[in-house]
Unconditional design. Structure first.
Length: 173
């Protein structure tokens, strides 16, 4: 049986929730899936496909995900690979916002091109942020309200659309 990896970077936990949900969707589809933080992944052998995710902070994916992709680029280039991010830019899901969010993947794309990318609105819970980030965002609280904008149906649909890609061999990046 093919085994997939969903690895993620997170700060406040919403990316972990999305990754766990994706794992559940793929398990329900009959696949074997490991879901874990990128900091816990030591080896990609044994995986037939990989999904990598990160929240967006200050317009960038988290540095530990970039380091992970750099460290494993040779292996990732041979596997079916998808990236996803969770962000607040998509609180207002417009074509302009989608174009901005798509650019967040560029640092990863130049290292290892994915077969597919997915972007989802996230959530903001100030209580889950570290004190420095809470302080930095305090003046923008009226522009970045607390709330949950995750569209679980969109996450499910994107994940299911990955199935044929993740079950095939990677032919080119």
């Amino acid at each position: 049986m093919q085994k997939l990896l969903i690895a993620y970077a997170t700060r406040a936990g919403s990316t972990a929730q999305v990754a766990e949900f994706m794992g559940k969707v793929l398990r329900e589809a009959g696949l074997q899936v490991d879901v874990m933080p990128v900091k816990q992944v030591r080896d990609l052998s044994g995986y037939s496909g990989v999904i990598l995710g990160s929240p967006i902070r200050m317009g960038s994916v988290l540095p530990e995900l970039i380091r992970f992709v750099k460290a494993h680029a040779q292996t990732l280039s041979r596997l079916p690979l998808a990236y996803f991010n969770v962000n607040l830019t998509l609180m207002d899901d417009t074509p302009e916002a989608r174009a901005i969010v798509d650019s967040y993947f560029n640092p990863l794309r130049v290292i290892c091109a994915p077969l597919r990318v997915g972007a989802f609105a996230g959530k903001m819970d100030y209580a889950r942020l570290n004190s420095l980030l809470r302080f930095l965002l305090a003046r923008d609280r009226d522009q970045i309200p607390e709330g949950d904008w995750i569209d679980w149906q969109a996450v499910r649909q994107w994940t299911l659309e990955l199935l044929p890609l993740l079950q095939g061999e990677r032919t080119s990046a």
